[in-house]
Ligand binder design. Structure first.
Ligand code: SAM
Length: 185
């Protein structure tokens, strides 16, 4: 196992990410409804077991689509088990990326990167790929865990996003998170 793989949240911790208690303190609807509208194509990058994915699917409606992407097959398997045989299967596409490449082509309206950017080994390359994926006017919401990501590390991450061309437009308040909303203008 290399250094980067060590930083990735293990599948065994998926239960902590997908708990009822978390829904009380990080309500997906409250966090995402300012940005996600019906008909949008949305990427849930580093989706894990899909804590945000079904709410995203509900928000984009029958005319939109959610692509739930993660590098770990085990995380995607947990999400697959939740949506299999439900109406969400039509709206949610599962995608296994690699640690260095998202590997999608469709233009996105919105990308959610929740508690995942600090696990990405090459953040500049990551932001460059997000830039090419996003439609003009598209937005990325990044939330990072405050205990794992220092103020300085979050600042460095923001600098990389700026260097690629993203404009930070807000710092939405999300419990237990350092956040930034990035826009491609
Ligand atoms: C802490 S979990 C957060 C999961 C989910 N976003 C949430 O908030 O519940 C981080 C997730 O990012 C994924 N991940 C880590 N590095 C990644 C990368 N380079 N590309 C895509 N996913 C990655 C991990 O496999 C893990 O599922």
């Amino acid at each position: 196992m290399n250094q980067d793989q060590k930083r990735v949240c293990p599948v065994e911790r998926a239960g902590h990410l997908d708990s009822k208690i978390r829904r009380w303190v990080q309500d997906p609807r409250k966090i995402l409804s300012p940005y996600v509208k019906a008909g949008m194509t949305v990427l849930d990058q580093g989706c894990g077991p899909g804590f945000f994915t079904m709410d995203l699917a509900q928000m984009v409606g029958s005319t939109g689509q959610v692509i739930a992407s993660d590098l770990q097959a085990g995380m995607l398997a947990k999400l697959r088990a939740k949506i299999q045989g439900t109406e969400w299967e039509q709206r949610i596409r599962l995608h296994q990326c690699t640690e260095s490449r998202i590997g999608l082509n469709e233009p996105m309206d919105f990308v959610l990167c929740f508690y995942m950017v600090h696990e990405v080994p090459d953040q500049i390359a990551f932001f460059q790929e997000l830039w090419t994926l996003l439609k003009s006017g598209g937005q990325v919401l990044i939330a990072e865990p405050p205990f794992h990501v220092s103020k300085a590390a979050f600042g460095r991450m923001l600098e990389k996003a700026r260097a690629v061309g993203f404009k930070p437009t807000a710092q939405p308040r999300v419990f237990l998170s350092k956040t930034t909303l990035l826009k491609k203008e």
